[in-house]
Each structure stands twice: as structure tokens, then as C-alpha cells.
Design a protein around this ligand. Structure first.
Ligand code: TYC
Length: 106
């Protein structure tokens, strides 16, 4: 009895021929700026509260900003970075400190 051969390689399942392209999002550095008036302790609290830094690392970053004028709090996607900047600015204003926070593309 003859029969048509199976079509080898013609699987019922389809194969993804191209790579699913997951583009890396652009990242932004959130930056703290030094000033002469914001208390060191306040800056440490900001780094703990909004950037989830452990106390030791928060103190290191604060001192870096104090000594060098600026420092990186973290790398985030656009919307997260924008939110962090706004949260820090609102918190500083609430306590009448001149602390400035900004962001820049990585
Ligand atoms: N320079 C401030 C002081 O001597 C401390 C300070 C650190 C302020 C970091 C802002 O982003 C800052 N009290």
C-alpha cells in the first residue's frame, strides 16, 4: 500500500524565525547637587527614603556630593527617574531646604 510520505520538517508548530527584540530602555542618572545649607542628615535620609540606599552607602554618596559638588543616586528608566527627581524636590521643599536633584541621560 502506498502512501504519501510525511512531510518531514513541516511541523504543525511554527518556529519563531526572528529574535524577539527586547530593546534596552535608555537609562538616566539621577543626580544630587551640593549646596551650603541642606543638612547632611537630611541628604542621607533622602538617599535612604527615595533611593533605597543602606545607611553606610547613603553616607558615602552624601559625602561624595558634599566634597565633589555632585553625585549619582541611581540609574533609572525615564519615568522612574522623573518620579525620583520630583519626589526629592517636593520633600526638600516641604522642609524648606534648597537641595537640588536633577537627571541626565546615561
Ligand atoms: N554641603 C552640605 C552641608 O555642609 C551637605 C550637603 C550634601 C548638601 C549633599 C547637599 O546634595 C547635598 N551641610
Amino acid at each position: 500500500m502506498s502512501h504519501h510520505p510525511d512531510r518531514l520538517g513541516d511541523n504543525a508548530l511554527t518556529v519563531q524565525e526572528t529574535k524577539p527584540k527586547l530593546k534596552k530602555p535608555r537609562l538616566y542618572r539621577v543626580i544630587l547637587l551640593n549646596d551650603d545649607y541642606t543638612p547632611m542628615e537630611f541628604v542621607v535620609i533622602v538617599l535612604e527614603k527615595f533611593f533605597s540606599k543602606p545607611r553606610e552607602q547613603a553616607v558615602q554618596i552624601m559625602l561624595h556630593v558634599h566634597q565633589r559638588g555632585t553625585g549619582v543616586c541611581g540609574l533609572y528608566t525615564l519615568e522612574i527617574a522623573e518620579t525620583k527627581v520630583q519626589q526629592v524636590m517636593d520633600f526638600a521643599q516641604e522642609y524648606k531646604h534648597p537641595l537640588q536633584c536633577t537627571m541626565e541621560p546615561e
